[in-house]
Design a protein around this ligand. Structure first.
Ligand SMILES: [Zn+2]
Length: 80
């Protein structure tokens, strides 16, 4: 999968997390949105750890538009 595709999926994940967090704040007595929200947050962090790692220095990258590692400055390939 392309690096940019992974970023788009993670951004969608973040938006869904925000929606469920708002649902949780609106109705804190409903346990189902809270559980879904927690599950999504855990999945988001696991995917981020697996997908957004610099192959050169293993640092976790942010979700910005740049394809360069902030730590070592190397370009992240879009092929993998
Ligand atoms: Zn790096």
């Amino acid at each position: 999968m392309k690096f940019s595709t992974k970023k788009i999926i993670l951004r969608i994940f973040l938006s869904v997390i925000i929606v469920f967090t708002i649902l949780t704040v609106i109705n804190p007595f409903n346990i189902i949105p809270i559980l879904i929200d927690l599950g999504l947050i855990i999945a988001f962090f696991i995917l981020r750890l697996c997908w957004l790692k610099c192959p050169y220095c293993s640092r976790i990258l942010d979700l910005g538009n740049q394809n360069h590692c902030k730590c070592c400055g190397k370009e992240i390939s879009d092929e993998k």
